[in-house]
Design a binder for this molecule. Structure first.
Ligand code: 5GP
Ligand code: ZN
Length: 154
């Protein structure tokens, strides 16, 4: 994609501090880190969001997806091995979720010991009015997930 910042980084047209690169995936430091060591893990295919990942996954798409997730996992592991006390994994789909770059990416954010839990990861930020509302939300998700599974032939 010619107007995509991450495609330009992957093509070497914009510099980045690379942490990992293969034929399918790259990981580089975020230009606006939430914490030192904040890395973005990016597939070399221009999939805008998780909803754009082809399904069912097969062939090269499957290989890219597998390596993408493996790289997220390995970077979280590497952050711990390098001495950070923890790591968050964050991924945003759509503007409403805070996505600012329309090329699928996972944030791996190493966390030092003794820091406060970041507000975005605190539970209890939202409350269901009552059990009925909670059950309705769960039912809505179950129905939508059943639709996705049917669409994907699972
Ligand atoms: P999002 O909010 O879409 O999940 O995250 C996009 C991330 O990309 C942001 O954290 C932002 O700092 C980072 N970013 C935006 N432009 C660039 C860039 O040109 N280089 C690098 N390394 N990171 C970028
Ligand atoms: Zn792109």
């Amino acid at each position: 994609m010619s107007d995509c910042i991450f495609c330009k980084i992957l093509a070497g047209e914009i510099p980045s501090a690379k942490v990992y690169e293969s034929g399918r995936v790259a990981a580089f430091l975020d230009i606006g880190p939430m914490e030192k060591g904040h890395v973005l893990v990016v597939p070399k295919r221009h999939w805008p969001t998780l909803a754009d990942v082809p399904a069912p996954l097969a062939g090269e798409d499957r290989a890219v997806w597998d390596e993408l997730f493996d790289t997220v996992r390995r970077l979280a592991k590497a952050a711990l091995r390098a001495g950070w006390a923890g790591a968050n994994v964050l991924q945003c789909n759509g503007e409403a979720a805070g996505q600012t770059v329309g090329h699928l990416h996972f944030h791996v954010i190493p966390r030092p010991a003794g820091g406060a839990v970041p507000p975005a990861f605190e539970s209890g930020a939202a409350r269901y009015a009552d059990d009925a509302e909670r059950d309705a939300v769960a039912a809505k998700l179950r129905t939508a997930l059943a639709d996705v599974l049917r669409d994907e032939g699972v």
